[in-house]
Ligand binder design. Structure first.
Ligand SMILES: Cc1ncc(COP(=O)(O)O)c(C=O)c1O
Length: 382
């Protein structure tokens, strides 16, 4: 069944996406997809629940080979499965890595606009964000390598890279990532590459650690199947290291992190990477169709809005600056009854006032209705 056709009314969903706002609000904010979860994952979780197999997770060798075979088939990336270590989720992995390798007050490089939780993770680890914003280049936004070099020269020791970039859906190119690896090696910077959205790419994605020794000696990847297979509530993720140099930098990571994952989440990840790849391919195709639908609706109903090129995932970055609406996301929530993420939440300052992040992993009628409501606010009743 195509995910698009299997849209389920939110009456039977209890995640924050559905319960945070009143029922008359269309939820286009948090990064969850409205699609039915892949059947092999649902079967596995149901079977475990029926068998009361809900205890603590212990040694779990399954995840290494499952991810390695997926990474090889999908991206031609040869992963040594022994370099895979479970974590509660990607956020916990990021915070624990930061706590292990930084001292209070250290600066962590990010590239705005970027996933809002990065700022919370950096703060939780006692660090401060150092921004090298993406540059707008025609229809896309890309990494500013000169600003990244300048940040390294100024003593930044960790780079929290969002790859692909949430929001925007930019896939950083192999050339850009190779240059980052060279710079990281030169300035002894640890690159934490958050690749949670990577399976949802339709452009050619390059895993950071696939780029040879300069990358493996400077990088750790944090990921999970939770975003691409829509199982965030199951709580499991992992980190990937592929060199002794990085493993020794991370030797102080708490052993307990591995044990603080959910047994359901760990099994769901194996099922995702091995038995649920057809579902993933269908989902990526649906997201591309939804994006075209969103573009059409935005260009028809919000002619002064600007959208950008997307190569991955389902989080569109929409520029509504031309409409000059103050407190944009809040006004859209209160008056148009659509919840979107506010532009400024994606920067360490107050940038991107006229932007919203819009989740299009839903049905086409919902996309149309959300754009219609926002249009009524911006353009007036049609
Ligand atoms: C880039 C990125 N990293 C991490 C997460 C959250 O991952 P987790 O739930 O595993 O902490 C998200 C969720 O949207 C995300 O977009």
């Amino acid at each position: 069944m195509r995910p698009e056709d299997s849209f389920t009314n939110y009456a039977n969903r209890s995640s924050t996406k559905w319960l945070r706002y009143d029922a008359d609000v269309l939820p286009m904010h948090v990064a969850e997809m409205d699609f039915e979860v892949a059947k092999p994952i649902r079967d596995k979780i149901s079977e475990m629940a029926l068998n009361s197999d809900l205890g603590y997770l212990g040694i779990f060798p399954g995840i290494g080979p499952a991810f390695a075979s997926f990474a090889k088939r999908r991206w031609g990336w040869e992963v040594d499965p022994t370099g895979i270590k479970l974590a509660t989720d990607v956020g916990v992995a990021a915070v624990e890595i930061l706590k292990t390798v930084t001292s209070p007050g250290d600066r962590v490089l990010i590239n705005s606009p970027v996933y809002a939780a990065f700022f919370a993770w950096i703060k939780e680890a006692g660090c401060v964000p150092h921004d090298a914003p993406l540059e707008l280049d025609g229809e896309t936004w890309k990494l500013d390598l000169a600003a990244i070099r300048a940040a390294f020269e100024q003593g930044v020791k960790v780079f929290l890279l969002c790859s692909p970039q949430n929001p925007i859906g930019r896939i950083h190119t192999a050339q850009e990532l190779t240059e980052i690896a060279m710079l990281a090696k030169e300035f002894d910077v640890l690159v934490i590459s958050d690749e949670i959205h990577a399976p949802l790419s339709w452009g050619p994605f390059t895993p950071y650690l696939s780029l040879g020794s300069q990358a493996t000696e400077t990088g750790v990847t944090i990921t999970s199947s939770s975003k691409a297979w829509n199982t965030a509530g199951l709580k499991a993720g992992f980190l990937v290291t592929q060199s002794d140099a990085v493993r020794s930098k991370l030797a102080g990571l708490p052993e307990a992190m591995q044990w603080r994952s959910s047994i359901l989440g760990a099994h769901a990840m194996v099922s995702a990477y091995t038995e649920s790849v057809d579902w993933l391919d269908e989902t990526v195709a649906t997201l591309q169709e939804n994006l075209e639908h969103l573009r059409h609706e935005v260009s028809t109903m919000l002619p002064k809005a600007k959208m950008f090129e997307l190569e991955a995932t389902y989080l569109a970055w929409i520029d509504l600056e031309a409409y000059g609406i103050p407190d944009l996301a809040n006004t859209i929530l209160k008056e148009a009854k659509v919840s979107v993420n506010a532009g400024p939440d994606h920067s360490p300052g107050d940038d991107f006032q006229g932007f919203i992040r819009f989740n299009f992993a839903t049905s086409k009628p919902r996309i149309t209705e959300a754009v219609r409501r926002i249009s009524e606010l911006c353009e007036g009743p049609q």
